[in-house]
Design a protein around this ligand. Structure first.
Ligand code: SAH
Length: 365
């Protein structure tokens, strides 16, 4: 097929052809195509984040989020001995809002501002464009990369908000004593359906908090291991600190968390490939185990609310209200509450920090 022909065929139709030719495909391959296909992938061609998009993230809720993470970067840099060159890399920077707010907070630390450069790890051309617009005129050098493997060596601070949950998960189903691959097939009408595939050899399955029952689903993410391997290799050469904030669970456990979100509502993950955001919870226990096995030191995960309150959310909220109009005040208060409230983003989102061995615990751990 020529490129022109491929472009005319929808992602759904290309997936149908692929399944017809290869047989049912793994859940991780389906998710990867839906989110990251170069032509029809969800993130590749649209701007999904914000009130007018499909979902809202913490940096879009309140500027306090990015500002506190910015101050975190400065504190961590100081704990590294204030090196004269440091990279702050954000993985999946979305609209660039977190970085814009972090850079605003850096203005209070001129020495940091002089020594820092920012790396944006982003695969989507549409979002790269948006990030360029948001960050126009900021007083720090910016560089875009497709993967952490491309970053230059040296002291590194990594921020990743709702990045890992968008990376593909593999799903396995328990039958008796074995795990089976969960796959996506076609029904008679060409609709996508889940099917149970072949038995798989048990290789890198995490130790579960409770034994898996018949029919239960386990999710694993190959991309996490390679990301951690890359970070730990860098941590051996230069100081490194990373912050991962995401939806997830604290213990490794069974459960089907694959979800589709479209226009701020849950949708069927198989219904419209490339038109809804597919995500799945992060197994923080596995992330932590993997990091520790590779020689990094892990802290947390802490609930997002506790993390932000300990970093000074209350003081920042009060400061922003000074000289604000009544309307601005209401927005500051509701934004801060939404970030930290246990019934909103305060508990479901969790924060894990990783550092290279020689660094002290990062705030507020
Ligand atoms: N951190 C932002 C956006 C979260 S959405 C926020 O909090 O608002 C996920 C982001 O990760 C998007 O920017 C998406 O384009 C990017 N992304 C998804 N998969 C990626 C990958 N494999 N490599 C780099 N970026 C990726």
């Amino acid at each position: 097929m020529s490129a022109a022909t491929i472009k005319e065929i929808s992602l759904a139709d290309r997936l149908r052809r692929r399944i017809a030719a290869e047989g049912p495909i793994r859940v991780c391959d389906f998710m990867d195509a839906c989110n990251a296909d170069a032509l029809g992938g969800y993130y590749m061609s649209r701007q999904p984040i914000g009130a007018e998009g499909d979902f809202i993230t913490a940096p879009e809720v309140s500027q306090i989020f990015g500002e506190l993470l910015g101050l975190w970067c400065v504190a961590v840099w100081q704990s590294m001995g204030a090196p004269t060159s440091v990279t702050v890399a954000e993985l999946g920077p979305g609209r660039g809002t977190l970085l814009r707010d972090a850079i605003r907070a850096w203005r209070a630390s001129p020495q940091f501002l002089q020594n820092v450069s920012v790396a944006l790890v982003e695969t989507s051309p549409t979002l790269r464009q948006r990030q360029t617009e948001t960050l126009a005129g900021v007083p720090v050098p910016l560089q875009w990369h497709a993967s952490v493997n491309e970053l230059t060596d040296g002291p590194l601070i990594v921020l990743a908000n709702e990045f890992i949950d968008a990376l593909p998960v593999r799903q396995l189903i328990r039958r008796g004593e074995t795990w089976h691959e969960r796959r996506v097939a076609l029904d008679r009408n060409g609709g996508f359906i889940f099917v149970e595939g072949e038995a798989v050899a048990e290789e890198h399955l995490p130790p579960l908090a409770a034994p898996a029952g018949d029919g239960e689903i386990l999710e694993t993410r190959a991309a996490v291991a390679s990301l951690i391997a890359e970070l730990s290799a860098r941590a051996e050469r230069a100081p490194l600190a990373a912050l991962f904030i995401d939806y997830g669970h604290v213990e490794s456990a069974c459960g089907d968390t694959l979800q589709a979100v479209q226009r701020h509502r849950y949708a069927d993950p198989l219904e419209s490939p490339g038109d809804a955001d597919l995500s799945a919870h992060v197994d923080f226990a596995d992330l932590k185990r993997e990091a520790e096995a590779q020689g990094l030191v892990a802290y947390g995960p802490l609930p997002q609310g506790e993390f932000l309150l300990k970093l000074g959310l209350g003081a920042r909220r009060d400061r922003l209200q000074q000289g604000a109009t009544a309307e601005q005040m209401a927005a500051v208060i509701s934004g801060a509450a939404r970030l930290a409230d246990p019934r909103q983003m305060g508990i479901v989102l969790k924060v894990l920090a990783l550092t290279s061995g020689a660094l002290p615990p990062p705030p507020p751990f």
